[in-house]
Write a protein that binds this ligand. Structure first.
Ligand code: PLP
Length: 389
């Protein structure tokens, strides 16, 4: 037996464990101080009523002989694929049902998709970004190069014709920066991919937070993107499904063999998402479901605006917060990410996430999120104002 030694090349991630350790230590030494957590990367609002009712109904069906369901189609039930198809139509994107694959979330598919690509492809990943893209490729022994996201390009790197790559990751709206590509910027990536016969793996996990109509919800809103992009989306942040697990991946027929390869991969290694969950997901796409999830999204977005407005008032450079639950700020007074983390914890009892944990270019930056409560977000901003006014 030989081990996959590529795992030895993974960087150890101490980000969230170090945060937890520092916060616990502080809490133990300062039991009278109220800590506000603005580092939360998970949703906090419960599932909406339409989803709960649909899931209850589906559970009852599972207990009755006539309506019991066993294995479902690996690619998802048609009722949900049709709901996704209609959702895309709202953004003027027409998809065939065969192009839509229901998954148990974006993270698994983002990792699993690599099964259908050769090990020798060169991969381009923005820095900083959601760490899963890098780690899944390192595990497979692929070479990863980085696109520099920085203050100058407002954390939205453009393609560089002098760098030739085969697989390109784009996350828009981005985690951790909250920055989102507009149509023109995305078009440049599509042009690059078509010219270089590369594939874009487009992570749209935060599309539901987009409010600016210059920003596409789907990469397929860009001409010819179906010939060069696979899109991943999730109900995790859209509808609070982080613990319920459901997402969808689009592999267009225009990608030729890739669509059939993905069918083969999924039918071999995946047995589908639970029926009850798919019924809950279907409810998200109904008119009532959309109304209900918007209430939660708007709650988070109100928090994001409070944070963003406060930073503006204080003259602290930042991106995100408008089409995203994330706000990415430059640490005041040239502090390093972890230095700022300690400063905020000790002086204002606010917890955020040091940008350095998301890549080399994240050093000197800091992520705040809008998934906390309105009252806490407001109080945290008052504390920040006192520190930096
Ligand atoms: N993609 C991005 C950019 C994320 O930030 C996350 C979760 O935080 C995911 C994907 C994972 O989504 P899911 O819960 O659907 O696996």
């Amino acid at each position: 037996m030989k081990l996959n030694t590529n795992y030895d090349s993974l960087e150890q991630s101490y980000l969230f464990s170090t945060i937890a350790k520092k916060v616990n230590e502080f809490a133990q030494n300062n039991p009278d101080k109220k800590i506000i957590r603005l580092g939360i990367g998970d949703v906090t609002k419960p599932l909406c009523q339409s989803v709960i009712s649909a899931m209850h109904k589906a559970v009852d069906e599972m207990g009755i002989q006539e309506t019991f369901r066993g294995y479902g189609p690996e690619q998802g039930y048609d009722f949900l694929r049709i709901a996704v198809q209609n959702y895309y139509k709202n953004h003027n994107v027409n998809l065939d049902l065969d192009e839509i694959f229901i998954s148990d979330g974006a993270k698994s598919d983002l990792g699993n998709i690599l099964d259908i690509f050769d090990k020798d492809n060169i991969v381009l990943v923005p820095d900083p970004v959601y760490p899963v893209y890098v780690d899944t490729n390192i595990m497979a022994g692929r070479k990863v190069v980085f696109a520099s996201a920085n203050e100058e390009n407002r954390f939205l790197p453009a393609p560089d014709e002098s760098v030739k790559v085969d697989i390109i990751y784009i996350c828009s709206p981005n985690n951790p920066t909250g920055a989102a590509y507009n149509r023109e910027q995305l078009h440049k990536w599509v042009k690059y991919a078509l010219k270089n016969k590369a594939i874009i793996l487009y992570d749209a996990a935060y599309e539901a937070f987009i409010e600016d109509n210059t920003i596409p919800h789907s990469i397929y809103e860009i001409e010819d993107a179906k010939s060069c992009a696979i899109e991943f989306c999730s109900l995790s942040k859209t509808a609070g499904f982080t613990g319920t697990r459901c997402g969808y991946t689009i592999v267009p027929a225009a990608l030729g063999k890739l669509n059939k390869m993905w069918v083969r991969r999924q039918t071999t290694k995946f047995n589908g998402v639970p029926y009850v969950v798919q019924r809950g997901a279907e409810a998200v796409f109904t008119e009532q479901g959309q109304k209900e999830i918007k209430v939660n999204i708007n709650y988070y977005k109100k928090n994001a605006k409070i944070i963003s407005d406060t930073l503006k008032e204080l003259g602290i450079w930042h991106v995100g917060g408008e089409n995203s639950p994330y706000i990415w700020l430059k640490c005041p007074n040239n502090m390093a990410s972890w230095e700022f983390f300690d400063y905020l914890l000790n002086n204002a009892q606010i917890v955020g996430t040091p940008g350095a944990g998301f890549g080399k270019n994240g050093e000197g930056f800091f992520r705040l999120t809008s998934f906390g409560s309105y009252e806490n977000t407001l109080e945290a901003m008052e504390r920040i104002k006192k520190l930096f006014k």
